[in-house]
Design a binder for this molecule. Structure first.
Ligand code: URA
Length: 247
C-alpha cells in the first residue's frame, strides 16, 4: 500500500487543502496508532496504521473503484427493504465509504457491475449523452435472424424512444433457442429485453461481459478493485480527466 505524508493523506479526500491539513496536524488533532503526530511530513501507510483526525479514521485514498461479478437474484442497489442487494458481496469498510452501483442490472441479470463512491464519474458515465459501450451475452427463447441483426443496426423503435444503432452478433440460432452477443451504447430500463421483445422473443438469460473499457474477469459473487489504467480508461470513456474537468 502507499506510504504517504500525513498532510497529503488528510487532503486526499478533497475535504481540505494541504495547508489546512498541515495546520490541523500541527494543532495536535491527528494521531497515528494512538500517538499524536504534529509533523505534517511524517510518513505513514494509512492502510496499515490507524490515522485519526479528531478521533475519526482517515483512509489512504478517497475513492474506490470496484468491479463485481453480480450473480442472479440480487438487486443492484445500495439498499432495498425486500431483496438482498449487491452490497452483501463487498466488505464492510467499502460499504462504509458509500461505494454504490453505477447504473443497474436487473435482478435476474448476471455479470459486470461497476461500483464506486466517485460521484462525478458515476454521474457522467450514466448521463444520457455519454455513450459507453456495454456488451451482453443473451439467450432468447426462439430463432434470431439476420433481419433482427439489421434492425439492431438501424436502431430499434421502443415505445417512448428509438434506441441508438446497436450490434447483434448471432452465435447460434434454432427454433427453440438462440444465443447472441449484444453491444449497445445506452442503458435504458430493461433495454436489451425490450429490444428483443420487439421481435416477439423473450430473453431467458442476460449476462454483461463488458462495461466501456472494463472486461469481466472474476467469478460470480467476487469483486476486485480496478487498477489505475482501468480507472483512467473509465474517465476517458466518460469524457473527463482525473481532476474531474470535462474533456
Ligand atoms: N438490459 C436489460 O434488459 N436488463 C439489464 O439488466 C441490462 C440491460
Amino acid at each position: 500500500m502507499a506510504i504517504s505524508r500525513l498532510d497529503k493523506l488528510l487532503s486526499q479526500s478533497g475535504e481540505r487543502t494541504r495547508s489546512e491539513a498541515a495546520k490541523l496536524i500541527r494543532a495536535g488533532r491527528v494521531s497515528v496508532d494512538g500517538a499524536a503526530q504534529t509533523d505534517p511530513a511524517y510518513k505513514t501507510d494509512a492502510a496499515e496504521s490507524a490515522v485519526l483526525l479528531d478521533g475519526q479514521r482517515i483512509e489512504d485514498t478517497p475513492y474506490q473503484y470496484v468491479m463485481l461479478h453480480k450473480p442472479a437474484g440480487v438487486v443492484s442497489a445500495s439498499r432495498d427493504t425486500k431483496a438482498e442487494t449487491v452490497m452483501r458481496f463487498l466488505p464492510e469498510a467499502m460499504r462504509a465509504r458509500r461505494v454504490m452501483p453505477v447504473g443497474r442490472l436487473d435482478k435476474d441479470t448476471t455479470g459486470l457491475l461497476l461500483l464506486t463512491n466517485d460521484g462525478r464519474l458515476s454521474h457522467r458515465l450514466l448521463a444520457p449523452k455519454t455513450h459507453v459501450w456495454k456488451e451482453y451475452l443473451v439467450t432468447v427463447d426462439g430463432p434470431l435472424t439476420t433481419e433482427h441483426a439489421a434492425a439492431f443496426a438501424r436502431g430499434v423503435q421502443l415505445g417512448d424512444f428509438t434506441a441508438l444503432p446497436a450490434q447483434l452478433h448471432i452465435e447460434s440460432a434454432s427454433a427453440a433457442e438462440s444465443r447472441a452477443l449484444v453491444k449497445l451504447r445506452e442503458g435504458k430500463y430493461h433495454q436489451v429485453k425490450r429490444m428483443i421483445l420487439k421481435f416477439g422473443l423473450q430473453v431467458t438469460t442476460l449476462h454483461r461481459l463488458a462495461f466501456g473499457p472494463l472486461k469481466l474477469d472474476i467469478p460470480p459473487g467476487e469483486y476486485r478493485a480496478l487498477d489505475d489504467m482501468e480507472i483512467e480508461a473509465l474517465y476517458l470513456a466518460a469524457g473527463m480527466d482525473r481532476d474531474g474537468r470535462h474533456g
